[in-house]
Design a binder for this molecule. Structure first.
Ligand code: MLT
Length: 244
């Protein structure tokens, strides 16, 4: 038995379902494992000053005209006129250290846009999973994991990550977590299947296949590597900044 107050955790399997979750007194964690939130965590690990996520290509182009560095992707492909796409391997120290850039992606930045009005929004990936979960455990709020999915559809990679987070949080003595939503239970169950052979399981993902066809699948193992960084990017107005 723990003396900590009970908190809930829910998973929005796609952005389309997000409106069903009660946002008051909740921290929202945005997840797009292949590849947007992994790329964002990589940029912070490599010293980016801050990132401006935008939903539309038009907004990204406006920033580009003003001289901003722009990372842009649609359907996996680098946007015309962007400085680079969404591969985490683009966000090297050389490209991002101490700099600001704008990012727009097919799903990840759309999910961030949806959560913009929520009071606390954090970015999650395998790269920062332990520090993210430790931070969440210390808070008082409920947790909603918003899976970016693929064009408003369910995807496996974001869901198994949600399950990995739930497993981590359940093992933390500082949080009294109540799984009162089947979405959390289903994510945990899927993670328990996937983790037995994670890279083998990844072969089932539709987006893994999309990236393979585009010759962009060199990032797969990296995107499932735990604890590369302790940095937790959070939304502060229109910017993603490093949580202090
Ligand atoms: C997205 O935001 O849709 C993804 O991260 C797509 C990708 O970069 O492969």
């Amino acid at each position: 038995m723990t003396n900590y107050p009970e908190r809930t955790i829910e998973v929005s399997f796609t952005p389309l379902l997000f409106h069903l979750h009660k946002k008051e007194n909740s921290i929202v964690v945005i997840v797009d494992i292949l590849r947007a939130t992994t790329a964002i965590c990589t940029a912070f690990a490599n010293g980016v000053n801050h990132i401006i996520p935008v939903a539309s290509i038009e907004e990204a182009k406006k920033y580009k005209k003003k001289g901003y560095l722009v990372a842009g992707e649609r359907d996996g492909v680098v946007l015309d006129g962007a400085d680079f796409g969404n591969s985490p391997f683009n966000f090297t120290k050389e490209n991002v250290n101490d700099r600001i850039f704008v990012i727009t992606t097919t799903n990840g930045t759309q999910a961030i846009e949806m959560a913009r009005d929520c009071s606390k929004v954090a970015i999650g990936s395998f790269l920062n999973i332990s520090s993210l979960c430790n931070w969440l455990a210390e808070k008082n709020e409920n947790i909603i994991i918003l899976c970016a999915g693929w064009k408003n559809r369910f995807n496996l990679e974001d869901t198994i990550f949600a399950g990995a987070m739930i497993e981590n949080l359940l093992s933390n003595k500082k949080i009294n977590l109540k799984l009162n939503c089947d979405s959390a239970m289903a994510s945990l169950d899927l993670w328990n299947v996937a983790k037995k052979d994670l890279i083998g399981y990844v072969q089932k993902f539709a987006h893994r296949e999309r990236l393979r066809k585009l010759g962009l699948d060199d990032v797969i193992e990296y995107c499932f590597t735990k604890d590369v960084t302790e940095i937790i990017p959070v939304l502060d107005g229109d910017k993603l900044v490093k949580l202090k």
